[in-house]
Design a protein around this ligand. Structure first.
Ligand SMILES: Nc1ncnc2c1ncn2[C@@H]1O[C@H](COP(=O)(O)OP(=O)(O)OP(=O)(O)O)[C@@H](O)[C@H]1O
Length: 339
């Protein structure tokens, strides 16, 4: 538990991270992700509960003795050191500076820069680096002491989306290659899914669900989780409107189950009429990422986003035949669904 005066930021959270595992804490702004991470790091005092590593409590151990690495959104590089100097700062001090240990340090810095895709950048002043390059240097520096746990607080959030997507893939590759156990805080679902082995969805100081990305997406435990992930419509399995959805899922549902629809649960059917197809009345069309997203009203379901080939144009009011893509559906068990 973490409290700030009367505000309880983290409450009743139990989270186990396996050796070598990467876990993302995902949730909206203010849900307590950073507070949880900072409590693990030792930067926030615990109002209750405990933090243990390898079965040993670390609550009384100060931040710098926990053997945990930290990396933040802004990298916090030293402006007066070059890239190699920043990475070398992260290396454990060897005491007597013998030339053999200096050579080993140089080799280790080169190895780390290579790992983060910055081979040859050692002599560059950090002021000349792009935002993405700075975060790569910050990652190399954080990994230099081979921390037993790496804590990353929104490490990619200051970067634009395209760069964030690329770096997320690289970040995962580096963590996996080094076998680093890590906890990452992010509000970006794509980032969490790209980097983590398991994603912990957080809301109002609590963990709602912790699962591998695919399981989280396919089996959100509650409507709250599903809505956070971007499911945009919810239909009672017992309603007639759910018939084409349950048919597409090809499995029996309980009457109190609820079918959740993500964007693309309907695809605009091109060519060939089908009198039994679901009908959707067009509200508007936007082009995004090489495809057309068509907002359609479907009887008994509401307004949802159907997909159509790029460049498809439909006038508002047009009635389109739709087919169901079962991969964009999830079933929420009835008893767990909260409105
Ligand atoms: N130093 C502080 N003093 C008082 N309240 C704080 C402090 N730090 C955080 N809080 C409050 O605790 C709650 C959780 O904040 P926290 O920063 O952990 O959330 P978060 O999920 O990381 O949000 P964000 O993504 O916006 O950083 C919020 O209500 C916040 O206002």
């Amino acid at each position: 538990m973490v409290r700030y005066g009367p505000t309880t930021a983290v409450d009743g959270v139990t989270l186990h991270v396996a050796p070598g595992e990467v876990v993302a804490l995902l949730g909206p702004s203010g849900c307590g992700k950073s507070s949880l991470l900072r409590a693990v790091a030792g930067l926030e005092p615990l109002a209750g509960g405990s933090v243990a590593f390898d079965g040993v409590g670390v609550d009384r151990i100060p931040v710098h003795r926990r053997g945990f690495g930290l990396m933040f959104q802004d990298g916090q590089l030293f402006a007066h050191r070059d890239v190699a100097g920043n990475v070398a700062y992260g290396l454990p001090a060897t005491g007597v500076r013998r030339s053999s240990s200096r050579r080993a340090d140089i080799a280790r810095v080169d190895e780390l820069l290579d790992l983060v895709g910055l081979a040859g950048y050692g002599p560059r002043p950090v002021a000349t680096l792009s935002g993405g390059e700075r975060q790569r240097v910050a990652l190399a520096r954080a990994l230099a002491p081979t921390p037993r746990l790496l804590l990353l607080d929104e490490p990619l959030s200051a970067l634009d989306r395209a760069l964030r997507e690329r770096l997320a893939v690289d970040l995962r590759a580096v963590l996996v290659a080094t076998g680093t156990t890590a906890v990452l805080v992010t509000h970006d679902q794509d980032e969490a899914f790209a980097v983590a082995d398991r994603v912990a969805v957080m809301r109002a100081g609590r963990l709602l669900q912790v699962d591998a990305p695919a399981d989280l997406w396919r089996r959100p435990r509650s409507r709250e989780v599903a809505e956070f992930l971007g499911y945009e419509a919810f239909v009672a399995a017992s309603s007639r409107a759910a018939d084409p959805l349950t048919a597409a899922l090809a499995r029996d549902l309980r009457d109190d189950d609820v079918v959740a629809l993500a964007e693309g649960a309907f695809v605009v059917r091109t060519g060939g009429g089908d009198p039994d197809a679901v009908k959707g009345e067009v509200r508007g069309v936007t082009s995004r990422r090489g495809r057309s997203e068509v907002r359609v009203d479907v009887d008994g379901i509401g307004t949802v986003t159907a997909l159509a080939p790029v460049g498809a144009r439909f006038d508002a009011g047009t009635v389109l035949p739709l087919v169901v893509d079962p991969d964009a559906l999830a079933v929420l068990p009835g008893s767990d669904v909260h409105d």
